[in-house]
Design a protein around this ligand. Structure first.
Ligand code: NDP
Length: 451
């Protein structure tokens, strides 16, 4: 058995109940084989065995009291995976599906993503199985306070800097940061995604979605194509999906879908700026369901179906796909349906939204495939820019941040292509992104010795 296959097998054996983590490890390690062949020093120092083991896993109890006085107990996590190139950095996810395996997959991916941005950030991730849906603002506040009551002792601007993810947006970051500031008595860059009034960066809310569209535009450019007039499928209707739609409109494409965990809408006339404004209000202020979009604009709603289920069922034609909801939302059958219906590029806004079999179908059919750790790195890159602004105690303009974000996405695209070429599989963005991200971290780990 090869070294890589041995490491994958041992990872499964050690933690058999963490399928998402196994999937992420397999996806990354199998593309790293050329580095094993070219870097015996990594093999000798057991870098491959070490990189799949988190520096530290923190798991804690979060007791809190709802508006009716009832006590609830949730579970909190922070996985500090690797700080070889900078403080741990990665979001917090609040969703009932959260467990240790999911946080480990996200933290593992984050190592390579953060390295790819070229900013000095290590990899980490955290969250809770708390479900913010249906909770009042007061309940969300009380939960965030209870969560931070434990997390505060593990984080710091030079140690670990969390941000948002599913279920953690501006409101939650405000509560989390407010409580941290209160108990530590310090105003510091310990979280990113903060509000503009208290240390946030312009363009941070938009960055993941914008970045994923910038990445797609770069992939198209390689084939002398552009976004203009392209029909685009977007899934989810949260932070990433919303700003993916906005940037698609900026670049002249036509987004036609959105979804949430209850169902999907298809709007073949296109989601225009007015309709997007409605979605922002619906999701961020009223916290309603995407079904209401269908009622308001008289378009089809598909209950209990994802955008990709609809593509498969209805044979929906589209040029581009931007999965922006959650992991494993596109399986092999969905991927085949995308191919059969004319899709030429997939840019992953969500983390690991495509199963390994789906990725194989993209690659076999020569789709332009922007893997999550490259395509959605704009979010964490802009978090890195927020950290820089906090340290410098100044704020850059919207244009400055957007220009930096755009530059970072171009560089990530180029670094991925260059690494794919250098390691023998030109055009393979998945392999290129993994290798480019890995090399910097591996070299730093090597420099430190065995520690
Ligand atoms: P939000 O919570 O703002 O939105 C998530 C959206 O996806 C919602 O529409 C939600 O529907 C839907 N969704 C979540 N879980 C499921 C599920 N199991 N099945 C179907 N739909 C689901 O999160 P974000 O937009 O921030 O995150 C979306 C994805 O992007 C995640 O994979 C995240 O890790 C990734 N990402 C986010 C970054 C960021 O900066 N925010 C950075 C990089 C990656 P509902 O409201 O019904 O739950």
């Amino acid at each position: 058995m090869s070294l890589i296959q041995e490491v994958i097998a041992k990872t499964k054996e050690k933690d058999p109940a963490q399928p998402e983590f196994h999937q992420a490890v397999k996806e990354v390690l199998e593309t790293l084989q050329p580095t094993v062949d070219q870097h015996p020093e990594f093999v000798k120092a057991k870098i491959y065995e070490r990189i799949v083991e988190p520096d530290r896993v923190i798991m804690f109890r979060i007791p809190w009291i709802d508006d009716d006085g009832e006590v609830h107990v949730n579970r909190g996590f922070r996985v500090q995976f690797n700080n070889a190139i900078g403080p741990y950095k990665g979001g917090l996810r609040f969703h009932p599906s959260v467990n240790l395996g999911i946080i480990k997959f996200l933290g593992f991916e984050q190592i390579f993503k953060n390295s790819l941005t070229t900013l000095p950030m290590g990899g980490g991730k955290g969250g809770s199985d708390f479900d913010p849906k249906g909770k009042t603002d007061t309940e969300v506040m009380k939960f965030c306070y209870a969560f931070m009551r434990e997390l505060y002792r593990h984080i710091g601007p030079d140690t670990d800097v969390p941000a948002g993810d599913i279920g953690v947006g501006g409101r939650e970051i405000g509560y989390l940061y407010g409580y941290y500031k209160k108990i530590r008595n310090e105003h510091t860059g310990v979280l990113t995604g903060k509000g503009m009034e208290y240390g946030g960066s312009l363009i941070r809310p938009e960055a993941t979605g914008y970045g994923s569209v910038y990445f797609a535009a770069e992939m198209l450019k390689v084939r002398d194509l552009d976004m203009s007039g392209k029909v685009a499928l977007v899934s989810g209707s949260g932070n990433v999906a919303q700003y993916t739609v906005e940037k698609l409109l900026d670049l002249g494409a036509k987004p036609i879908s959105l979804s949430d965990s209850s169902g999907a809408i298809i709007d073949e006339k296109g989601i225009d700026r007015d309709k997007l404004q409605y979605v922002l209000e619906l999701k961020n202020i009223r916290r309603g369901r995407i079904k209401e979009y269908a009622e308001k604009f008289d378009v089809p709603y598909y209950p209990d179906m994802s955008v990709w289920d609809v593509v498969k069922k209805e044979g929906l034609k589209a040029d581009l796909a931007f999965p922006s909801a959650t992991q494993n939302e596109i399986n092999a059958e969905h991927a085949q349906a995308l191919v059969d219906n004319g899709c030429i590029a997939v840019s992953e806004g969500a983390n690991m939204p495509s199963t390994l079999d789906a990725v194989k179908i993209y690659q076999d059919n020569k789709l332009m495939y922007g893997p999550a750790k490259a395509a959605n790195a704009g979010g964490v890159a802009t978090s890195g820019l927020e950290m820089s602004q906090n340290s410098l105690r100044l704020s850059w303009t919207r244009e400055e941040v957007d220009e930096k974000l755009h530059g970072i996405m171009r560089n990530i695209h180029k670094a991925s292509l260059d690494a794919a070429e250098a390691y023998g599989d030109p055009g393979n963005y998945l392999m290129g992104a993994n290798i480019a991200g890995f090399l910097k971290v591996a070299k730093a780990m090597l420099a430190y010795g065995v520690v």
